[in-house]
Ligand binder design. Structure first.
Ligand code: ADP
Length: 304
């Protein structure tokens, strides 16, 4: 019911007291490995919400690729549309985390960057037979464009997370039903401020410019703003109070849940309420892909 087109990123995280100087080799204080990438995170979040979920993307014929296949399969995500690149390895991220929580990150897209429009067309069957397609901007734009066009033309509801944010081709916008920026992305796309008084204007401006069915701006610890343009309704949804330990992946848990909920037939505002609970719960766990909550936990928080 949900199809995600997106990236696969193996994160190798080092902690250190400070950044190394040029030419210096520095002893780190800790190390951790995580499987992430916005595509993977969203697909796992959608599957944990009970949606039948498939992912389309490109990995290498390497150990990290195997790790992704294992994680996705064990979460019930259909991995049969994943392309394995014969020479480029799976994408990696190399974050350095400092004691104050600040970080510096190198990402190397590798196989993610090699996905072509033809690869996406080869996955046309799963794209057009889904109820909801979710796409981000971590892959080459031709791939995202092709997926959105095929799905939208077939009447599939399309969601775009405009991250990482950059100039967006208007021919892409035509195939997007629901845009889900965070506040930084929404501000970058409109040049407007996303504070509490500004966010309704931001959502309305994006909805009109992009001719959207709906616009959802995620506001971190302030919750989210939802504009259901088709229904002529908007609402500010407050964040849930939770014991936050790591906000990495909150936006992806939110988006994957939104996709699953819409695929299950929920209206946009109800889907945002469940996504808001899932986003909050994901901040109570470390990691990215693996921090998405189960549907029962999100429902319990929503009803508490
Ligand atoms: P991103 O991870 O893309 O920057 P946000 O930070 O806006 O996205 O987070 C996405 C969603 O996750 C928010 O809309 C909210 O529902 C939830 N969320 C994020 N941070 C918190 C928090 N500290 N407390 C409660 N919910 C949060």
């Amino acid at each position: 019911d949900v199809c995600v087109l997106g990236s696969f990123m193996k994160d190798l995280v080092a902690s250190a007291e400070r950044r190394p100087l040029p030419g210096e080799t520095l002893h780190g204080t800790g190390f951790a490995e995580f499987l992430g990438g916005k595509g993977v995170n969203q697909a796992i979040a959608a599957a944990r919400m009970g949606a039948r979920t498939a992912i389309v993307g490109t990995i290498g014929e390497d150990r990290y690729g195997e790790e992704f296949l294992e994680l996705l399969s064990s979460n019930g995500v259909d991995t049969s549309w994943i392309v394995r690149h014969p020479s480029l390895g799976t994408g990696v991220g190399l974050p350095l985390v400092l004691p104050d929580g600040g970080n510096s990150i190198i990402i190397v897209s590798r196989a993610n960057a090699a996905i072509t429009a033809a690869d996406v067309e080869a996955a046309g069957d799963v794209l057009v037979s889904s109820k909801v397609l979710s796409v981000q901007l971590e892959l080459p734009v031709e791939a995202s464009h092709t997926a959105l066009r095929l799905a939208s033309t077939a009447g599939v509801t399309t969601i775009l997370t405009p991250a990482p944010v950059g100039p967006i081709d208007h021919s892409l916008a035509a195939y997007v039903d629901i845009l889900v920026p965070n506040e930084v992305e929404a501000a970058a796309l409109t040049g407007l401020d996303c504070d509490d008084s500004g966010v309704p204007m931001v959502a309305r401006k994006l909805a009109e410019e992009w001719d959207l069915r709906g616009c959802v701006v995620t506001l971190g610890s302030r919750g989210a703003f939802v504009l259901d343009r088709a229904a002529g309704y908007e609402e500010r949804v407050d964040a849930h109070q939770v014991a936050t330990v790591d906000t990495v992946g909150a936006g992806d848990a939110f988006c994957g849940t939104l996709a699953a909920s819409l695929a299950g037939g929920a209206g946009l505002v109800d889907a945002v309420r469940l996504a808001n609970a899932a986003g909050a719960l994901s901040t109570t766990m470390n990691g990215a892909a693996d921090s998405a909550p189960a549907r029962a936990a999100a429902l319990a928080l929503l009803e508490s």
